[in-house]
Design a protein around this ligand. Structure first.
Ligand SMILES: CCCCCCCCCCCCC/C=C/[C@@H](O)[C@H](COP(=O)(O)O)NC(=O)CCCCC
Ligand SMILES: Nc1ncnc2c1ncn2[C@@H]1O[C@H](COP(=O)(O)OP(=O)(O)O)[C@@H](O)[C@H]1O
Ligand SMILES: [Ca+2]
Length: 508
């Protein structure tokens, strides 16, 4: 057989198992062969170590290496020693609650989980309670009221951003209810959730998985869960007149992305391709929306949306700003605290006609745009990046969109503004009235605007918000970032390993 050296940190060992030597095949000069009878007789005791192997583009695979011993006791000692080391890895989950969305993406959630994840969890001795959802909001409601969360070391969702959204809504609501915090109060500090959430990607965009791990690959995600990774994540809360609407961790988009979503929901049968179809249609319709965006720029922190450096595993900017944020909260709760009160900070106001208003709380990298909507956004710095796309020609808007897929800076255009903020508000020009149903208001406003512009063919004066792929039914919103409210089984995107080969001059 072939021999080689393997160096694997204990934190990346998945499991160790005793192995039957008779069944082992070794690779020799590229061909798989049974071990020779002589080797089997000399080394009859073997054990296999399964470990994380890094492949291209942030992909992880389960590699294995088998060791042979001549002595049964020696093998037992090795296996025992490795198992002991593994039991010291206390961050690893032992029991998980799994929700599968059989309906998202290409409707392959169940198959993906069964064919790619189950055997890895079994190998790593992780036990699971699995729930295949039967309707939208099944997972959210189960987590909110029923699930016995004390039993679990984490939650796993198999699906897209919408499924992840359901899970965190259930988890955050449950945590606030248990601590007596009212989610309807926009200014209340929310209580952090302890259970980590893992995402097995099986949706249409899978941006939350892609932007926190570096790829949307079920095996890679399963391995990050097994080794017990942890990545804090900011969560935006969205309110409308002191009523809680939703949480968002990736994109809150009004105008372009809101319209794509509303159109694409009618074409779910197309699977993930619905976004391309609705994308082209929305691009061609070229609607703009009028309103006012007000925001509090985050000026006291490290980082800027135009930075060349990005949020990566162990990000210093997130650590620094996260620390700053928790100190400010502490100061404000002390009477006569030193820091200026949040609401006294300066608000900026931008009024205009917008093709899109996007708030990206993370880069929003996904297979369609590997650098994302805001390439320098941070996962856990307590801010969101507001990107304002003012009314411009179709050609200019296309230039902006195309730059999401190239090296060019999508913000370096005259009709684009980008701001890093902690809070923002949007007020549409044509206001929604409170006591009427939203649809009535739309009808009323439609007739009003069409009286003003008889030639216009618009379907509505207001767009809707795309909140991590779910539609919000109000245009006027108030948004605040909750720094590091939840944790994922992820570690942020890893920098490529840098190997320095030092060639020293030597005399033999
Ligand atoms: C002409 C070339 C244009 C290329 C432009 C590409 C720009 C793409 C940026 C995509 C940002 C996506 C932000 C992610 C949002 C998701 O949370 C959401 C829901 O995901 P899921 O539940 O997994 O389906 N996805 C979307 O809203 C789809 C946006 C579609 C963009 C074409
Ligand atoms: N069993 C189910 N039947 C129908 N809808 C479901 C079910 N389980 C979850 N959902 C909903 O499916 C929608 C899409 O799920 P998601 O995971 O985001 O997939 P996609 O990426 O394709 O949009 C979400 O709104 C979610 O709430
Ligand atoms: Ca952020």
């Amino acid at each position: 057989g072939s021999f080689g050296s393997h160096c694997v940190p204990v934190s990346e060992i998945i499991a160790v198992q005793e192995t039957e030597v008779d069944n082992i095949q070794t690779k020799d000069e590229g061909k798989w062969q049974k071990m020779s009878q002589k080797t089997v007789e000399t080394y009859p005791y073997a054990f296999t170590v399964f470990y994380v192997e890094r492949a291209r583009q942030h992909r992880w695979r389960c590699g294995n290496v088998t060791f042979f011993c001549s002595d049964g006791l020696l093998r037992q000692q090795w296996v025992q020693a490795i198992k002991e080391q593994l039991s010291l890895q206390t961050c690893r989950p032992k029991h998980l609650l799994v929700y599968i969305n059989p309906y998202g993406g290409k409707q392959q959630g169940k198959q993906i989980y069964e064919q790619k994840v189950v055997q890895l969890f079994t190998l790593a001795s992780i036990s699971t309670d699995v729930i295949v959802t039967e309707r939208a909001n099944h997972a959210r409601d189960h987590l909110k009221t029923e699930a016995d969360l004390k039993k679990y070391d984490g939650i796993v969702c198999v699906g897209g951003d919408g499924m992840f959204s359901e899970v965190i809504h259930g988890l955050i609501s449950r945590t606030q209810t248990d601590s007596g915090v009212d989610q309807n109060c926009a200014h209340e500090k929310l209580v952090q959730c302890n259970l980590r959430v893992g995402i097995i990607p099986a949706g249409s965009t899978d941006c939350i998985c892609y932007a926190t791990i570096g790829i949307n690959d079920p095996v890679t995600s399963a391995l990050h869960i097994i080794v017990g990774d942890s990545q804090a994540l900011d969560v935006c809360s969205v309110h409308h007149n002191d009523t809680f609407l939703k949480y968002s961790v990736s994109l809150l988009g009004y105008g372009f992305y809101g319209d794509i979503l509303a159109d694409s929901e009618k074409k779910r049968w197309m699977g993930p391709a619905r976004y391309d179809f609705s994308g082209i249609k929305t691009f061609l319709s070229h609607h703009y929306y009028e309103g006012t965006v007000s925001f509090q720029p985050a000026t006291d922190i490290l980082g800027n949306p135009r930075d060349k450096t990005k949020c990566r595993s162990g990000c210093y900017v997130c650590q620094h700003n996260g620390q700053l944020f928790s100190e400010e909260i502490r100061d404000e709760s002390v009477e006569g605290g030193v820091s200026e009160n949040e609401d006294e900070r300066e608000w900026k106001v931008v009024k205009g006609k917008f093709l899109a208003i996007n708030a990206a709380s993370m880069s929003c990298a996904c297979p369609r745009s590997p650098k994302g909507l805001s390439p320098a956004a941070h996962l856990a710095d307590g801010t969101t990046d507001i990107i304002l796309v003012r009314k411009c020609s179709r050609l200019n808007f296309l230039r902006h969109l195309l730059r999401h897929t190239s090296k060019d800076d999508q913000f370096d255009l005259t009709f684009i503004e980008v701001h890093r903020v902690r809070k923002f508000k949007f007020t549409p020009k044509y206001c929604e009235s409170e006591d009427t149903d939203v649809k009535d208001v739309r009808k009323k406003l439609f007739s009003q605007i069409c009286r003003d512009h008889p030639a216009c063919s618009c379907t509505s004066v207001n767009s809707n918000w795309n909140c991590d792929g779910e539609i919000l039914d109000h245009a006027a919103v108030e948004v605040g970032v909750h720094c590091q409210l939840i944790k994922l089984f992820a570690r942020g995107i890893e920098e490529p390993m840098l190997y320095l080969a030092l060639v020293l001059p030597c005399k033999l």
